[in-house]
Design a protein around this ligand. Structure first.
Ligand code: NAD
Ligand code: ZN
Length: 384
């Protein structure tokens, strides 16, 4: 029998970041007592401690500055905690294989080990997973119905053919929402670590009898999304480009689709996972169930900012990237999840926030040239 309760003492790892900080605010508003563990990773927090962390501390949150890889720090952070919201992670497209694995996979393993070893009174662990655990979104084949295409071959992408094809007959498929039961991939190092995290947490939970939930977030955006991190979400990157009078850079042909979640809704999903027992033991999609093309997102931001710069699309692509991913959210909705903020409203709220952030610099161009050098970003080769 799982325990379900309405409030308690929470540890939010990564609580200075986009999603973690909104979880912190929501928990505080609901009367929880909150501790944050965050190392203020410079890639995300170039100016150090963010102001929203200061306000959470003023409202009574405790802040431990420290690293998930540091056993003593994690042990101190877990003292007296009822629920862990494990949001801290390091990600991006750089080939920093060992750092991703150390922070995400090892950091999670160590957290779980400490809870068991020290017989701590933790009653639930909620871990941030991601839609990147799917290699590609589900598809519908005219002949074979629902199919699960794998990653598109890089040779196909090099020819400029971005379509997703049926694994049985190779016909192009139509994108359909992806349910949790879809086959899992692990096509980039970051994706492998997200799979590690959710499997570690769910398996451990079954072994020790502590309820756990892994939330597979779709692309999450909103106020506080790092304006420094060139590997952060596409909405933040398009905004910082446009505000510097630079056109957004779109990979492939811009017709790829994603499912966007506003950060306050994702915080609600975390609270739901903690306070309901309906999701216990499960990996759960968190999304909007709505497909939007990346080109449309660029146009929408450009229109909302009043900066009409046509996006650059020169056939660049990133091998390992999915074409379409729409989360089937039947499971989480059945537990009571109701995302409240549309993409349009979310973009307006993000732009209102970014305009209060002083001068915005652009970090994407430099990062992009490194990715190209390292072959992480490739270009379509016109046939001769
Ligand atoms: N934003 C998205 O679109 C998205 C989508 C799917 C999954 N996720 C997952 O959600 C979680 C939160 O992501 P976010 O978008 O808020 O990112 P974020 O970068 O804004 O926040 C992550 C926080 O973790 C902290 N952190 C990083 N390495 C750490 C370490 N070694 N020790 C302690 N703290 C560390 C950072 O300082 C940062 O404050 C992550 O686990 C991420 O993988 C995010
Ligand atoms: Zn087929």
């Amino acid at each position: 029998m799982s325990l379900s309760f309405q409030k308690g003492r929470a540890l939010v790892t990564g609580g200075a970041g986009l999603i973690g900080s909104h979880v912190v605010d929501l928990l505080q508003a609901e009367g929880w007592s909150v501790r944050v563990l965050d190392n203020l990773e410079p890639q995300t927090h170039r100016d150090g401690k963010p102001p929203w962390l200061e306000s959470a501390v003023q409202k009574g949150a405790q802040f431990l500055e420290g690293d998930m890889r540091d056993r003593d720090v994690v042990q101190a952070a877990l003292d007296g905690i009822d629920v862990v919201f494990h949001q801290a992670a390091y990600g991006g497209y750089m080939p920093e294989i060992s750092k991703y694995v150390a922070v995400n996979s090892f950091g999670t393993a160590q957290l779980l080990e400490i809870i068991r070893e020290r017989k701590l009174g933790v009653r639930k662990v909620v871990v941030a997973s991601s839609q990147v655990v799917y290699p590609e979104g589900a598809g519908e084949c005219p002949q074979h119905g629902l199919v699960f295409p794998g990653l598109r071959p890089v040779e196909q992408l090099r020819r400029g053919d971005f379509s997703v094809r049926c694994p049985i007959c190779q016909s192009p498929t139509k994108s359909v929402p992806t349910a949790e039961s879809a086959p899992l991939g692990g096509e980039t190092v970051y994706a492998i670590t997200k799979l590690d995290q959710e499997k570690l947490v769910l398996t451990w939970g079954r072994q020790v009898g502590i309820p756990t939930v892994a939330l597979r977030y779709s692309c999450t955006f909103g106020p506080r999304q790092s304006i420094f991190n060139p590997y952060t979400g596409v909405i933040a990157i398009f905004c910082t480009r446009l505000l510097n009078n630079l056109p957004p850079v779109i990979y492939e042909d811009g017709e790829q689709t994603r499912d966007f979640s506003f950060v306050a809704d994702v915080a609600q999903a975390n609270l739901l996972a903690a306070t309901s027992d309906k999701l216990d033991g499960k990996a759960v999609n968190v999304g909007s169930n709505r497909a939007v093309t990346i080109k449309r997102v660029a146009e929408q931001i450009s229109a909302a900012l009043g900066i009409p710069l046509a996006p650059i699309m020169n056939g660049d692509f990133r091998p390992g990237e999915m074409r379409h991913l729409i989360s089937d959210t039947t499971l989480i909705r059945s537990a009571g999840y109701q995302p409240a903020v549309s993409l349009e409203e979310g973009i307006d709220r993000y732009l209102a926030w970014i305009k209060t952030q002083g001068s915005i610099r652009e970090y994407f161009a430099a990062a992009e040239s490194i990715l190209r050098q390292k072959g992480i970003l490739q270009r379509v080769e016109p046939s001769r």
